[in-house]
Design a protein around this ligand. Structure first.
Ligand code: UD1
Length: 345
């Protein structure tokens, strides 16, 4: 049987690369489009080591509509796209909002425009739990019915805007576009082979890469941002989801879009474990699972941090037939194995 192609924009990035691996495993033929602005071609080698296949790769910036159009001309049988290509650093987005609006919105508009003109297409959009802001206590854990709060950063606003843009596209009178927006909670960990994983440039902003780099001796100590929140141990609570589990949800979403008979729908799914962990708990589990020390100290709160948010993933469990069930200890081991490999510790 002919393998169906799936365009994966940002497919050389952290979540993108893990998704490409799962697409191959499920029998799809991913086509990666990436401008390598936050990744490198070595990621493609990592994918090849895992899958045994050299991934199809086009160095393309999705904000350049002409090159995206040429890609669709070259691969005229692409009906499905997973759109990861975007900037994602919250702090940077506050400093450089136009860069975020320019990149994140224009690339989505280009992709949606091409797919609508082509007809019969579907898009899986890489969204975020950031669209919920700080949910009120009665909305925890957060399900898809929770109200969207004004986003705290230009990054968060781009996720809300992109969801709205896609919704409007789906609602145009003659649209046959189908969309699934996946709202990720906090992706962590690396492929068990350690051939691919998270590779932040510069000082990591996210918790787990900072933890692994501190364990590896690259950073002196982890700063735990605040221990005076209204949570059991005072540190912030998040829903940390294994990146390989998250990747599999994208395959489930593509399967759903492909099999669906109805055209012109837009759906939203929260992707998390359903379990909230505090920063201090994460730290403990990491140290315990890997038998390694991570020096840390309590530091002031980080501006813009939400106190606590975790997912009610039951809609995704039910409708996508998917569950994030990798034990967190195993996830922590995968993160450390990856860090040790890239640092040769
Ligand atoms: C946020 C967004 C998420 C987005 C991500 C992109 C929310 C709720 N989440 O994740 O949608 O995709 O940014 O980067 O808006 N921490 C420390 N010390 C550190 C680093 C982090 O204590 O050195 C703490 C943070 O205060 C936070 C937790 O660890 O409580 C997780 O932080 P991080 O990994 O940066 O992710 P979010 O801010 O939750």
């Amino acid at each position: 049987m002919k393998r169906e192609k799936v365009l994966v924009t940002g497919g050389a990035g952290y979540i993108g690369a893990h998704t490409v691996v799962e697409l191959y495993a499920a029998g799809y033929e991913p086509v990666i489009a990436d401008n390598l602005s936050n990744s490198s071609e070595e990621v493609l080698d990592g994918i090849q080591k895992i899958t045994g296949v050299k991934p199809v790769f086009e160095k393309i910036d999705c904000t350049d509509k002409a090159s995206l159009e040429s890609l669709f001309e070259k691969f005229s049988d692409i009906d499905h796209a997973i759109h990861f290509a975007a900037y994602k650093a919250v702090g940077e987005s506050v400093e450089r909002p136009l860069m975020y609006y320019g990149n994140n919105l224009v690339s989505l508009i280009n992709l949606a425009g091409i797919m609508m003109a082509k007809g019969n297409g579907s898009i899986v959009f890489s969204s975020s739990c950031t669209v919920y802001g700080q949910p009120s206590p009665e909305h925890l854990p957060v399900d898809e019915e929770a109200p969207l709060k004004p986003a705290q950063s230009p990054y968060g606003k781009t996720k809300q805007m992109c969801e709205s843009i896609l919704e409007d596209c789906v609602n145009t009178p003659k649209s046959d576009l189908n969309v699934i927006s996946l709202r990720y909670f906090n992706p962590i960990g690396a492929h068990p082979s350690a051939h691919i994983g998270e590779l932040p440039r510069g000082v990591p902003q996210n918790l787990l890469p900072f933890v692994t780099q501190t364990a590896a001796g690259l950073r002196k100590e982890l700063h735990v941002f605040g221990n005076d929140y209204n949570t059991p141990d005072g540190s912030c609570i998040r829903d940390y989801i294994y990146v390989c589990d998250l990747a599999k949800a994208h395959v489930a979403a593509i399967d759903r879009l492909r099999d669906k008979k109805v055209r012109g729908t837009s759906e939203y799914f929260n992707l998390g474990t359903g379990r909230g962990l505090s920063v201090l708990e994460v730290l403990d589990i990491f140290m315990e699972s890997n038998n390694v020390k991570v020096p840390f100290r309590i530091a002031p709160r980080r501006a813009g941090d939400v106190e606590q948010v975790w997912a009610d993933p039951s809609k995704a469990n039910r409708e996508l037939g998917w569950v994030a069930d990798t034990p967190v200890e195993e996830v922590m081991r995968s993160a450390w194995k990856w860090e040790k490999k890239i640092r040769c510790v």
